[in-house]
Design a protein around this ligand. Structure first.
Ligand code: BF8
Ligand code: SF4
Length: 650
C-alpha cells in the first residue's frame, strides 16, 4: 500500500488521508489499489462490448485472437472506444452549455427571473459578433436573440458552428480540408454513436476524424457557449483574490460545499448563503457564520466571479466530508463520486443532489429549478444550517490553505502584460517575440489516483515557469497550482525564470494564470486566436510557440478537450496515455499523423518534468520556425536529480 505522501504532494490531502485511515474509511486511492492489477485489455483499448456477439478482446501479444467476432481488429476497436469517450465528454460539456443558454433565454423572457444579464457589455459584443442588430431592441430582446442563436447551435444540422469563425482562417481551412468542421454540436455526437455501432465505420482514421469533429463542436461550440453566456449572465471575471485548500473550512461556521459544474446552481447558492436572513439563522443555530466553498469546476466558476474559496480538487471530495465539519455537500453534475453518499452517512453531512440528470445513492434530492432558483437555493442553504447542530465527530480540518489571484479571461489577459491602458495583445506578442517570454503553455485537467495527486500539475507548472513559459491553467490543475502557492504574485520571485519574473513584477500578476473551469478552456482557444490575429507569430495557432498538457487527466471530457486542442494546432502532452496503445495505427495517427492535418499532435509522458521539457523543446522549435531569437535568459535544464530525487526522497 502506498503511504499518504506517496499518494499526494498536497499537505492537506496527506493529513486527511492519515485521518481517513485512522477512522477506517476507504477513499478513492484505497479503491484504486484494490482494483490492481487493472485490466490490460482496457488500458490498451482493445476490448469491445459494442454488440452481444462479444465481448471481444484482442491479444496484444499476437498469440490469441487478432480480431473480434465481426472481424474488427485492434485499431478499429480502439478507435471506436476512443471516439465514444469523446462523445461522452463533448456531450457533458455541451449539455452544460445548453443549460446556460436555456437560463439566458429564461432571463430574457421573464423580468422577474432570478437570473438577469449582469454583463451588458459582453452581451452587446456577442450580439454584434453574431449579427444581432441592436437597433431599437432593448437589452432583453438582444439577450433573447443571442440565446436563441446559441440554443440553435446544438441542433444545427448543416453549415458550421458559429464560433468556429473565431479561429484563424488557416485553422478553419485545415478543418474544412479534413472535413471535420462541426455542423452542429449534437449532430456530431450522435454521428459518433452511429458510426461506432457494429458494422458501420471500420476505418480507424475515419472514425477518429469524426471524434475530432465532435470535439471541435465542444471546444468551439458547447464549451464556448457555456463560457460566453455564463459571462453574460454572471459577468465576465476580473482579477480576484481567493484562497484554496481544505483549510478554508471553518469549524465554527456552517460549512456548505458546492461540488460539480454548472454556475446556474452555484451562483444562486452564493446569493442565498450571503443573504442576511440566512446568516442570522446560522447564528441562531450556534454558528459564527456561513462559509461557502467549492470543489471541482463549480468552485472555479464562483472563485473567478466572487472570490469564493476553493475547498479542493477532484480527489479531495471525500476528504472534505471526512473533516466532519461539512454541513451540506451540494452537487449537480459531473465528477461527483457516488461514494459520497455512503461516506456522508458516517458523518452528519447532508449530501444533496439537485439535478434531475444526476441522482446518487444515499443523497437527499432537492431538485433545482431555474424558474424558482433563489427560493430553492435558500431552501438548500437552510437545510445546511439546520444540520449544523447535528455534528457528530470532532472537527478534523487540516490547517492548510494558500492565497491566490484568479480571474483571467481572453478579455483581460492582455492587461497582464500591457497594463490597463493598452487594450491589445501587442504587449503579449512582443514579450514572446523578444524572448522575454519563451512561450505560453496551457496545463489543464483532472486528478487521477493512478498518479501522485497534484504532483504532475505542480511539478510541470514549476518547470515551465522556471523556463520563462507563461502558464495558463483551468480545472483541477488550477486548484492544484493554487494550493501549492503558484498562483500568487510572489510565486514569480520564487519559481519563475528571469524573463517571466520581469513581466510579473511589472504588473503584479502571478506567473500562473487561472482562466477558470474546464469549459473555460474555450477561453484559451480565444486567447490563442487573438495572439495570431495580433500578428508577428505566424498565420495559425499551429505556428505559435505554445503547448498544452493534461498531466493527471481521467475524464472523458479531458479526451474531448485534448482532441479539440490538438485539432486546433497545439502540441499536447498527456500524463496518462489515451487507451489506444494496443492499436498501432491509432497510436500513430494521434501521436504523429494528426500534426500534418491540424498542426498539433499528442505525446504521452507520465513524468511531469520530462513532459514539460517536451513542451519547452516544442516551443523552441516553433520559435525558430518563426525566426524568433532564442529565450532572452536561457536556463539550462536542471540535472534530473536536483528536481526529482528530492521529491522521490520525501
Ligand atoms: O470539468 S478537471 S476532475 S472537475 S473533468 Fe472533473 Fe477533471 Fe476536475 Fe472540472 Ni474538468
Ligand atoms: Fe466483438 Fe465486433 Fe461485437 Fe465488438 S462489435 S463485440 S468486436 S463482434
Amino acid at each position: 500500500m502506498k503511504t499518504p505522501k506517496q499518494r499526494s504532494v498536497d499537505p492537506a490531502t496527506v493529513a486527511m488521508l492519515e485521518a481517513a485511515a485512522s477512522k477506517g474509511l476507504a477513499v478513492a486511492w484505497d479503491r484504486q489499489e484494490a482494483m490492481e492489477p487493472q485490466c490490460g485489455f482496457g488500458q490498451l483499448g482493445i476490448c469491445c462490448r459494442n454488440c452481444t456477439m462479444g465481448p471481444c478482446r484482442i491479444d496484444p501479444f499476437g498469440e490469441g485472437p487478432a480480431a473480434g467476432i465481426c472481424g474488427a481488429d485492434a485499431d478499429i476497436i480502439a478507435a471506436r472506444n476512443l471516439v465514444r469517450m469523446i462523445a461522452g465528454g463533448a456531450a457533458a460539456h455541451s449539455d452544460h452549455g445548453r443549460d446556460i443558454a436555456h437560463t439566458l433565454l429564461m432571463a430574457a423572457e421573464d423580468e422577474k427571473c432570478d437570473y438577469q444579464v449582469k454583463d451588458e457589455a459582453k452581451l452587446r459584443a456577442l450580439a454584434e459578433e453574431l449579427g444581432v442588430k441592436a437597433d431599437g431592441k432593448d437589452l432583453r430582446q438582444i439577450a433573447r436573440a443571442v440565446a436563441e442563436i446559441a440554443f440553435g447551435q446544438f441542433g444545427q444540422q448543416h453549415g458550421e458552428v458559429v464560433f468556429a469563425a473565431r479561429a484563424p482562417a488557416d485553422q478553419q481551412k485545415r478543418w474544412q480540408r479534413a472535413r471535420v468542421m462541426p455542423r452542429g454540436v449534437d449532430r456530431e455526437i450522435v454521428e459518433i454513436m452511429h458510426r461506432t455501432h457494429i458494422g458501420v465505420d471500420n476505418d480507424p482514421v475515419n472514425i477518429i476524424l469524426q471524434g475530432v469533429r465532435a470535439s471541435l463542436g465542444d471546444g468551439w461550440g458547447g464549451s464556448m457557449i457555456a463560457t460566453d453566456l455564463s459571462d453574460v449572465l454572471f459577468r465576465t471575471p476580473e482579477w480576484v483574490r481567493g484562497r484554496a485548500n481544505l483549510g478554508v473550512l471553518e469549524p465554527a461556521n456552517v460549512n456548505i460545499i458546492v461540488h460539480g459544474h454548472e454556475p446556474t446552481l452555484s451562483e444562486m447558492i452564493v446569493a442565498a448563503a450571503q443573504d442576511k436572513e440566512m446568516v442570522e439563522l446560522a447564528k441562531s443555530q450556534g454558528a459564527k457564520g456561513i462559509t461557502l466553498s467549492g470543489i471541482c469546476c463549480t468552485a472555479n466558476e464562483i472563485l473567478m466571479r466572487h472570490g469564493i474559496p476553493v475547498a479542493g480538487n477532484f480527489l479531495q471530495q471525500e476528504l472534505a466530508v471526512t473533516t466532519g465539519v461539512v454541513d451540506a455537500m451540494i452537487v449537480d453534475v459531473q465528477c461527483i463520486f457516488p461514494a459520497l453518499g455512503a461516506l456522508s452517512q458516517k458523518f452528519h453531512t447532508k449530501f444533496i443532489s439537485t439535478s434531475p440528470k444526476a441522482k446518487f445513492p444515499f443523497a437527499e434530492h432537492i431538485e433545482f429549478e431555474e424558474s424558482r432558483a433563489l427560493e430553492i437555493a435558500k431552501r438548500i442553504v437552510r437545510a445546511a444550517i439546520e444540520n449544523f447542530p447535528n455534528r457528530k465527530t470532532e472537527p478534523c480540518v487540516p490547517g492548510h490553505s494558500n492565497p491566490l489571484v484568479a480571474g483571467f479571461t481572453a478579455e483581460n489577459i492582455y492587461a497582464m502584460l500591457g497594463g490597463r491602458y493598452r487594450p491589445s495583445y501587442r504587449p503579449l506578442n512582443d514579450a514572446i517575440m523578444s524572448g522575454r517570454l519563451r512561450g505560453v503553455a496551457g496545463v489543464v485537467g483532472c486528478n487521477n489516483p493512478k498518479h501522485r495527486h497534484d504532483y504532475g500539475h505542480t511539478e510541470m507548472t514549476k518547470e515551465l515557469i522556471r523556463n520563462d513559459v507563461l502558464v495558463a491553467v483551468t480545472g483541477c490543475t488550477a486548484v492544484a497550482d493554487a494550493k501549492a502557492g503558484l498562483m500568487c504574485p510572489e510565486a514569480a520571485m520564487e519559481y519563475a525564470g528571469r524573463g517571466l519574473q520581469e513581466v510579473c513584477r511589472a504588473v503584479g500578476a502571478p506567473p500562473v494564470l487561472h482562466l477558470g473551469s474546464c469549459v473555460d478552456n474555450s477561453r484559451i482557444l480565444v486567447v490563442l486566436s487573438n495572439m495570431v490575429k495580433e500578428g508577428g507569430l505566424g498565420e495559425s495557432i499551429a505556428d505559435l510557440p505554445v503547448a498544452g498538457a493534461a498531466p493527471e487527466w481521467m475524464s472523458e471530457k479531458a479526451v474531448s478537450i485534448g482532441f479539440y486542442v490538438v485539432a486546433s494546432g497545439v502540441f499536447t502532452v498527456l500524463g496518462e496515455p489515451l487507451p489506444v496503445q494496443g492499436a498501432p495505427r491509432v497510436t500513430r495517427f494521434v501521436c504523429e499523423d494528426m500534426e500534418e492535418l491540424f498542426g498539433g499532435k499528442f505525446a504521452f509522458e507520465a513524468d511531469p518534468i520530462k513532459a514539460a521539457r517536451l513542451m519547452i523543446d516544442h516551443i523552441d522549435a516553433k520559435r525558430s520556425a518563426l525566426h524568433l531569437p532564442g529565450p532572452m535568459y536561457e536556463v539550462p535544464y536542471a540535472p534530473r536529480t536536483a528536481v526529482e530525487e528530492a521529491r522521490a526522497a520525501e
